[in-house]
Design a binder for this molecule. Structure first.
Ligand SMILES: *Cc1c(COP(=O)(O)O)cnc(C)c1O
Length: 381
């Protein structure tokens, strides 16, 4: 098939005609404030966490050393200082003993980030945070529903409705605050300006255009145009933090669309099984978030060389495989000065060996079979 299977991105819903009266999945334990992006939701969560420890003048926020550079942008925009913690080997999770070691008298919050659709271990992290009196934020930008909807582990949860996220509204986000502290949070949240969402003709045309460009041939062309910078990871400052009046019906439509998407990861689970014998690691424990679509399927190659070769071979065959962020946070351009000189060997190794595969609704069984042939053929050399 000519063209390129895009790495990520699902179709955008339109708001239901009838106003949805259903409850959001988080309604029992959290209340939502919609925002202009996931980054801005996280900035608000950080500002709220810092406001609860007024005696701390330079509040520190703990995040994993491998992750989205927007985490750093959000923390700075919320008035905090990011503190990095290395990963647990072979996973995208934070190393708990290093997390404990990173806590100082200035620490106010920990961000538990779900990577590639697998939630962090909120049970473990909430225990540590309760013990050390820290605010726990679940970053569910890549995972829906958040783990905290089942059990109210986190004090706040953030969601993203950007392109390439589980619920794609071409932008927007949400800050969910635990019911018990919602009233308290209002004094901080209400200080941020509030805008009406613009979902008129321009939004609808953008949606159409996005759908056109998702197909295999347009995507291949798009990828070749350097000014779109597709696939590049860059650090962008977060210069405004804004609340957004998103229609609840649109968010409901996004959630319904997400749930109705075909499950692709079980196909990969089945086809890639034997790879673990050749030293690959399959990320994401399917038993922890069963029967929910994922945005990307993640694997760790045995070595960086094998990852890079697989990346090239897959892309040459029309599969939009990706190295994802490509670097641990301090290795991303513009972040060295902010993150400091410390090294995070596990996160660096994770970045060097990570490979993500498309997991969206247009991935066909033939694509998964092709991926398996390429990866298995390569490992038998
Ligand atoms: C995308 C992402 C964000 C930021 O969300 P935006 O809506 O793009 O601002 C935050 N955290 C993680 C883990 C993400 O993947």
């Amino acid at each position: 098939m000519w063209g390129k299977l895009r790495p990520v991105g699902s179709r955008i819903p339109v708001a239901h005609k009838i106003l949805s009266t259903g409850q959001f999945p988080w309604h029992q334990n959290y209340r939502a404030e919609f925002t202009a992006s996931g980054t801005q939701a996280l900035a608000m969560a950080v500002a709220f966490a810092a406001s609860r420890k007024k005696s701390v003048s330079a509040p520190e926020i703990i995040i994993p050393a491998y992750g989205c550079p927007d985490l750093v942008a959000a923390i700075i925009a919320g008035g905090g200082k990011p503190v990095l913690v290395d990963l647990k080997p072979g996973t995208g999770f934070m190393n708990e003993s290093q997390l404990r070691g990173a806590v100082t008298t200035r620490t106010v919050a920990v961000v538990a980030v779900a990577l590639l659709g697998t939630p962090e271990r909120l049970d473990i992290l909430s225990k540590i945070c309760r013990e050390l009196r820290l605010f726990l934020i679940e970053d569910a930008a890549q995972c829906f529903p958040p783990a905290s909807t089942e059990s109210a582990w986190a004090d706040a949860v953030i969601l993203s409705f950007g392109r390439g996220k589980p619920i794609n509204l071409m932008g927007g986000g949400a800050l969910l605050v635990r019911n018990e502290i919602y009233e308290e949070s209002k004094s901080v949240i209400d200080q941020f300006p509030r805008m009406e969402a613009r979902l008129g003709l321009v939004w609808r045309l953008k949606r159409r255009l996005f759908h056109l460009l998702m197909a295999r041939i347009p995507y291949l062309v798009l990828e070749k145009l350097p000014f779109f910078g597709i696939g590049d990871t860059k650090y962008h400052k977060c210069s405004a933090v804004i609340r957004l009046a998103l229609p609840e019906s649109l968010v409901h439509a996004g959630i319904d669309d997400f749930r109705a998407r075909p499950l692709v990861y079980p196909l990969y689970d089945r086809e890639l099984k034997g790879l673990e014998r050749s030293g690959w690691t399959i990320l994401g424990d399917s038993s922890r978030s069963p029967n929910l679509p994922r945005i990307r399927y993640g694997l760790l190659a045995p070595t960086q060389r094998l990852r890079d070769e697989a990346l090239l071979a897959l892309n040459n065959s029309g599969i939009g495989a990706s190295r994802f962020y490509g670097q641990a946070l301090p290795g991303i351009e513009g972040l060295k000065e902010i993150c400091g000189p410390a090294r995070f060997p596990v996160a660096e190794d994770f970045a060097a060996r990570l490979l993500t595969l498309p997991c969206h609704e247009d991935v066909q069984a033939e694509d998964v079979a092709l991926v398996a042939r390429i990866l298995k053929g390569q490992s038998s050399h």
